[in-house]
Design a protein around this ligand. Structure first.
Ligand code: FAD
Ligand code: SIN
Length: 549
């Protein structure tokens, strides 16, 4: 089996991973690992944009207001220092993206009558933001950002790209039983999917940038890569995990059987779209019953309101009505959403869009500081994989791309400093001693159906029992089921040759259990977590924490 060594091992090639790779390359050799092609990631699908205070464009805005909106959405569980640090790092981070070639939309591109000669950027607005402060590239912000980063990464000699390489597990001194005082991460075992071989990747520092875990649920806005691999790997290596019960459901995913997982951006509500429900053959507003910001209330409030309305009326979807804008504006401001609606016979300027909530963002994750530092030496976690304290109990829209880029830069700096402090001789002894991957008595599986069945069963009970509304009984039911599935996976994992599906199933089961355990431990309702048996917020706000041993 092959063994390779780098200064930095970066697992995941979304915004956080690619941005980190570019910064880390200034300090040493980088292996950039992606389980699919380099550009396939949650970041690529981001629509609304990146929140950042741009006071030269909007003089009403300030860091204080952005911090205050973030804290309000986070329902008492944000870390105010982290929020302040990330928010105030925004303008520099945005400038770096612009320097890398990211083209954000300018005012005159949205509105031809706007004769702004300074070429200022157009700022969008989203739920929970008191100001317009979201930089965007039409409604394909993620695609544009990833385009620029991919180009830069491929041009950088010190970055070696490994596509179709799927990380299985971290290599830590703790797991190897070396009896060192502190648990150190030495790298990871990674499956080369094309050659069906497991390579041992060793590195001075390992950075997990594997994104979120939307595939835990039946209905999600996330692409297939979002299986929580990094959080599960870190948990198995004894990293601290926090706040997993706070899974964000985006209120407006397109409801149409022909289109899979397509988001209708919150920026559409930012431009004045109103949520409506069908009652007695008429579409009527309902959000004023739930929040003073109506359709632009924070996501947790809107998703719960929609769920309640759907249950009460027996309707299958609600509607997003933006017909007060003309077609020309909508085509320019939301080109992708307009075209997608058009492909199913809807004209946004004339027809309300059918939408439902879907699992969207994992606010919990590997507990880190703003540099991605974990409780395991030489292991970092960044972007959606991490839980820094920025989002608390509910993420403010468009804050995650900001967090990904800020952490990407800071983690590269911190890891570079740590790398420089390592003793070469100890490193070499450790590296030589790492054993190759062993997969037990592996034979080929003739029961692939077990994997697909368990995958579907798990996502379905997670949706029904651990979704927008929870009860103790539902959570206990889910806990019993996940235990069975975990048992079966362990059996199959060790008895049959590993496949990417099996790796992901094992990780999704781990994530489901972490979400259920955190949800069971929280005896209150706060932010995204609502339990009918504890409908009130408790007086003290505390993070939930899990560690394997
Ligand atoms: P990702 O971009 O998801 O990257 C993860 C990477 O890890 C991928 O390359 C994946 O292939 C790789 N990977 C995963 N597991 C493994 C493994 N085992 N081995 C090797 N590689 C692995 N946020 C905003 O702030 N603004 C928005 O407008 C916005 N819109 C969104 C719209 C949609 C439809 C979705 C789904 C999310 C949106 N979000 C938005 C959230 C935001 O996109 C994500 O939180 C953010 O992009 C996460 O970035 P990341 O770099 O941490 O992870
Ligand atoms: C959206 O465009 O609605 C998504 C924004 C986000 O998830 O932050």
């Amino acid at each position: 089996m092959k063994k390779v060594e780098y200064d930095f091992l970066i697992i995941g090639s979304g915004l956080a991973g690619m941005y980190c790779a570019l910064q880390a390359a200034e300090h040493g050799s980088v292996a950039l690992i992606s389980k699919r092609e380099l550009s396939e990631c949650n970041s690529k699908y981001a629509q609304g944009g990146i929140s950042c205070v741009m006071s030269d464009i909007n003089d009403q805005d300030s860091f204080e207001l952005h911090v205050s909106d973030t804290l309000k959405a986070g329902a008492g569980l944000c870390d105010e220092k982290v929020v302040t640090d990330i928010v105030s790092a925004g303008p520099t981070a945005i400038q770096k993206l612009i320097d890398l070639g990211v083209k954000f939309t300018r005012r005159s591109e949205v509105d031809e009558s706007d004769d702004d000669e300074s070429g200022q950027y157009n700022l969008g607005r989203e739920g929970g933001h008191s100001q317009r402060r979201v930089l965007h590239a039409g409604d394909i912000t993620g695609t544009e950002v990833i385009r620029a980063l991919e180009k830069a990464c491929r041009q950088e000699d010190r970055i070696e790209v490994f596509e179709n390489f799927h990380a299985i597990d971290l290599i830590t001194t703790g797991k190897l039983g070396w009896g060192l005082d502190k648990n150190n991460c030495l790298g990871a075992y990674i499956l080369d999917k094309d050659n069906e071989l497991v390579t041992t990747f060793l590195a001075k520092s390992t950075i997990l940038a594997t994104g979120g875990a939307g595939k835990v649920y039946t209905y999600t806005t996330n692409p297939d890569i979002a299986t929580g691999d990094g959080i599960a790997m870190a948990y198995r290596a004894n990293a601290d995990i926090a706040n997993m019960e706070f899974f964000q459901f985006h209120p407006t995913c397109l409801f149409d059987h022909r289109i899979n997982s397509f988001l209708i951006s919150e920026a559409v509500r930012g431009e004045g779209a109103i949520l409506k429900i069908r009652r007695k053959n008429e579409l009527v507003d309902f959000m004023e019953k739930y929040h003073e910001l109506k359709s632009l209330a924070p996501r947790d409030v809107v998703a719960r309101a929609i769920d309640r309305e759907l249950k009460e009326t027996g309707e299958k979807c609600v509607y997003l009505d933006i017909t007060h804008h003309n077609e020309e504006f909508l085509r320019k401001r939301f080109p992708k959403i307009f075209a997608t609606c058009e492909s199913i016979g809807l004209n946004m300027a004339k027809d309300p869009i059918p939408v439902v909530p879907a699992a969207h963002y994992c606010c919990g994750g590997v507990k880190t500081d703003i540099c991605g530092t974990t409780n395991i030496t030489r292991l970092y976690a960044i972007g959606e994989t991490a839980c820094t304290g920025l989002h608390g109990a509910n993420r403010l829209a468009s804050n995650s791309l900001l967090e990904a880029v800020v952490m990407g830069g800071k983690s590269a700096e911190c890891a570079a400093e740590m790398n420089a402090s390592l003793s070469q001789s100890i490193l070499q002894t450790q590296m030589n001693a790492v054993p190759s991957w062993t997969s037990g008595n592996a034979t080929d599986s003739d029961e692939q159906v077990v994997i697909t069945h368990n995958w579907q069963e798990m996502r379905s009970f997670m949706w029904d029992f651990v979704g927008i509304f929870r009860t103790n009984k539902r959570l206990q039911r889910a806990k019993r089921r996940i235990r069975n599935i975990q048992h079966e996976i362990t059996h199959y994992y060790w008895d049959f040759n590993i496949t990417p599906d099996l790796i992901e199933l094992r990780n999704l089961a781990c994530l489901s259990e972490l979400i259920i355990d955190c949800a069971l431990s929280r005896q209150e309702s706060r932010g995204l977590h609502f339990n009918h048996d504890f409908p009130q917020k408790s007086d003290t706000a505390i993070e939930s924490h899990l560690r394997k041993f």
